[in-house]
Design a protein around this ligand. Structure first.
Ligand code: MG
Length: 458
């Protein structure tokens, strides 16, 4: 279900406030989700939100729908998505709603849905939710079975304590090294967790944009072009590491001690490098994660398994295979010891601890991997997304590449270079990714594939 300002996909529902993020749509999702929870015998649903200004209004609409369906609602308040989902497990919730549009701009908001103990929805549950959103069920409770609403303030603290208790988090080593960090939460939900966690871990912590006020002072997606203030702060404070989150803090991007941007996939590779020393098992990731993770799997002699894009697919495969770690090319990392969801807060703590334990600088650590150039582009969808067969026809210039269709079309050449074209699950765009050891070749593959997609959409 995709429109100009409305997306329902693997990550849930997202829309623009002032357009499709309306009380009516929120109530419809609330009713549909209530039916799903009740069908599984559930009674209690938590609701958390990031710092977006429309979050409190959405809490009201969702809580109302849940209660009138006979469910009890528990308000976790502002919390990063990973803290909300961990807390849903800790406090034994039957369902969990997180009001966030992740890294989308401030005018967007949305809902991420999870079932019992913060488990992300599987494909059949997503289909039911969409069907009941389109055709609202009549499942309202009788007058004497209306649910209640209560506040639970301990979600963030429960998450912090769990992360600090991880075997891979060594506060003693961090304290000995007196690691210096700068945290840039972009005024999102990470503001209320990450600086506290870093201090309790023993880091000398400087806060940048850690006001949980929902006014995003930079591009909320922590990409290379949006972190100039963090780069400057790292240099000014002589910090060992700069940590940037998106608004719901399920992602972390790093700045090294020289003030240089560390590409997002290293967040995943570095976290995996630490976790795999403690516990062996497969790495699970998506088709668009690059060779950095293949190299990490080789180094630790564990298998690497690839799924379609979307954390729901990654965590399902992780549960099936007892994976040691999972993640996405955006730098979202899943630490199964905490919870099966991407967790930028836990990843930051594991990396800080790993850096303190191994010694040296962050750039030394990053340089242990080969250099790959991953380039990305979005092509705006003006019509329906083209299917795989049409994509393959449009890219028939790539005869010598091997094709894979786990998600959209991925073409891989013998030298390891690859290009992937697929419809986004969160925005009305086609995403084009290309990777090569050679920057010019990566760019050429990206250009050719993006041109082919653009021509299909004419
Ligand atoms: Mg996010």
């Amino acid at each position: 279900m995709t429109g100009r300002d409305f997306v329902f996909g693997v990550s849930g529902f997202r829309a623009r406030t002032g357009e499709s993020f309306t009380a009516a749509n929120l109530v419809r999702f609330g009713n549909a989700f209530a039916r799903l929870v009740k069908q599984r015998g559930g009674r209690v649903v938590s609701i958390a939100r990031d710092t977006r200004l429309s979050g409190e209004a959405a809490l009201g609409a969702l809580a109302s729908a849940l209660m009138l369906n006979g469910l009890d609602a528990v308000d976790f308040g502002i919390a990063p998505t990973p803290a909300a989902l961990y807390a849903a497990s800790h406090f034994e919730m039957d369902g969990s709603l997180t009001i966030t549009a992740s890294h989308n701009p401030a005018e967007w908001n949305g809902i991420e849905f999870a079932m019992e103990r913060g488990r992300l929805l599987n494909a059949s549950e997503r289909r039911l939710l969409e069907a009941w959103f389109r055709n609202p069920p009549r499942t309202f409770a009788p007058w004497n079975e209306t649910g209640s609403l209560r506040v639970e303030e301990g979600a963030a603290e429960a998450h912090i304590e769990r992360v600090l208790s991880l075997q891979s988090v060594d506060a003693e080593a961090v304290r000995r090294r007196a690691l210096r960090v700068v945290v840039d939460a972009g005024n999102g939900a990470g503001s209320i967790v990450s600086p506290t966690l870093m201090r309790r871990l023993g880091c000398e912590t400087t806060e940048l944009y850690c006001e949980p006020n929902g006014i995003f002072p930079r591009n909320p997606e922590p990409t290379e072009g949006s972190l100039d203030a963090l780069k400057a702060a790292v240099k000014e404070h002589g910090a060992d590491i700069g940590i940037a989150h998106d608004p719901d803090a399920d992602r972390t991007t790093l700045i090294d001690e020289t003030g240089a941007f560390v590409p997002e996939e290293y967040t995943f590779a570095l976290t995996a490098d630490v976790l795999l020393k403690e516990r062996r098992g497969p790495i699970v990731t998506t088709v668009v994660t690059g060779a950095l993770l293949d190299e990490t799997a080789q180094k630790h002699d564990v298998p690497i398994l690839r799924t379609p894009v979307g954390v729901g697919h990654v965590v399902e495969k992780m549960a099936e295979t007892s994976a040691a770690v999972g993640g996405e090319s955006t730098g979202g990392v899943v630490l199964p010891q905490v919870h099966l969801t991407t967790d930028g807060v836990a990843a930051a703590a594991v990396i800080a601890s790993g850096l303190a334990s191994r010694g040296g600088t962050l750039s030394d650590w990053v340089n242990e991997w080969g250099r790959y150039v991953l380039v990305k582009r979005k092509v705006r969808l003006t019509t329906r997304a083209p299917d795989v067969n049409r994509l393959a026809e449009a890219m028939s210039w790539a005869q010598e590449a091997s094709a894979e269709t786990t998600d959209g079309l991925k073409l891989t050449w013998e030298d390891g270079s690859w290009v992937s074209v697929r419809p986004s699950g969160t925005e009305p765009v086609m995403r084009v990714f290309a990777e090569s050891r050679d920057a010019a070749r990566a760019q050429e593959l990206l250009n050719r594939a993006a041109d082919a997609v653009s021509r299909l959409l004419l």
